[in-house]
Design a protein around this ligand. Sequence first.
Ligand SMILES: Cc1cc2nc3c(=O)[nH]c(=O)nc-3n(C[C@H](O)[C@H](O)[C@H](O)COP(=O)(O)OP(=O)(O)OC[C@H]3O[C@@H](n4cnc5c(N)ncnc54)[C@H](O)[C@@H]3O)c2cc1C
Length: 454
Amino acid sequence: MTDVIIVGGGIAGLAAAWELVASGRTPLVLERRARPGGVILTEHVDGFVIDAGPDALLIQKPAAIALCRELGLSDRLVPTLRPRTAFVVKHGRLVPLPEASVLGIPTKMRPFATTPLFSWGAKVRMLMETVIPRGPGGDESIGSFMRRRFGDEMVTWLAEPLLAGIHAGDVERLSMPTLFPRLVLAEQATGSVLRSLRSMQAPPAPDGAFLSLPGGIGEMVEALVARLPDGTVRCDALVSALAHEGQYRVMLASGETLEASAVMLTTPGWATAPLLEPVDGRAADLCREIRSVSSATVVFAVQRARVSHPLTGSGFVVPRPERRTLMAASFVSSKWPGRAPQGFVLLRGFVGGAGDPHVLERSDEEIAEAAWEELSMRLGIQGSPTLTRVYRWAHATPQHEVGHQARIAELDARLAGLPGLFLTGSSYRGSGIPDVIADARLVATRAAAFVEQR
Ligand SMILES: Cc1cc2nc3c(=O)[nH]c(=O)nc-3n(C[C@H](O)[C@H](O)[C@H](O)COP(=O)(O)OP(=O)(O)OC[C@H]3O[C@@H](n4cnc5c(N)ncnc54)[C@H](O)[C@@H]3O)c2cc1C
């Protein structure tokens, strides 16, 4: 019998295992796929380092960087290359985001006044933010919050492609206090987001906002698995059912049954729901209600000489009025060092999300062709890519929509009545890697304490 069975070998499951081992427990991670890491996947092809899923660790939230340090990767953390300009497509052109912006919100007058991203009327409306009264508080969508504070153009050209875009979501459905509590607190603190952001303004961090690893984010997964005791992670182990009779019984699709004192489900809401069903139907319903959207990343390698755009920045986002296929694109080899051999660039497009729910019904060839057509048009690229890769992410991006916090509070209350059963992962209390790691480790300490008590 195992102390704690962890279902799902994404970063949540692996970080939970790491914490449990540190607490002296013997966890077993069961992962349905042939490899651990979940949506974290790095491939090395012909000298290119390709992050198929996430590629950046946010410095401001320290849990991911802290884990890298514990894994002995301190010396390998690399900042983004300069310049770190992000572009927004407007009228077919790539317009740089105004300098000194916080989550896209310009905090300095000069770059804001001169940006062609907004009309003069919109700029006046945005400046009026400082005199607009505080909202009532409570849950509301990103669209509602940003429109109320800054007006329509801020939603169209910034909030939708940037803030909702990070989550491949619908700006009118994603929850502002859940995803961007910092801006909500800024409003509550002084009555004005702009005023608060300006007062908090610190000189730009020398390392920028993100770090990565020379071998891609996959390096973190490799280091984690290598440092866990042998046999902790079992791949090709699809968990098909769960039962609770004193102990937890975990049934695998292979027919095998395992027993454990505690179980941590780190799977996405839609995958967790059927496992929870026999244990607590209402908890299963709550997990099922957490929507997830599908997307694909499309990676192209191109000879540098064929690209007319200088690629001086990290990439661009495409607001709805300009959207064809791409939600966004990264200039990977301008963003991170060592991603492409000399004379080549690596580019990555994002397609799908809430605005294109049928994206994965198309073949890889169709997805790549549409993405290439748009990318080559926007960046002025001649000829064809020397390498193309399409990565499909079915239901991989959870949507923390208005009502999410209330749903999670109810879910937590139900779990309190199910001793030994724990839930973590990107569907629940944070969806970026740092939040996922922080929550997984916190929940793992509770699982360790539960086993200890028994
Ligand atoms: C394209 C993309 C880009 C992203 N970019 C960034 C970024 O740059 N920075 C950042 O911080 N975040 C980013 N994210 C978000 C971040 O990567 C994820 O939130 C995080 O990796 C999720 O980890 P997880 O372990 O919760 O889930 P997952 O990685 O989805 O892992 C869940 C695991 O459970 C397994 N599983 C499911 N059902 C079963 C079952 N029944 N039995 C056994 N195993 C099962 C799955 O196979 C999977 O491996 C990105 C996400 C995507 C999709």
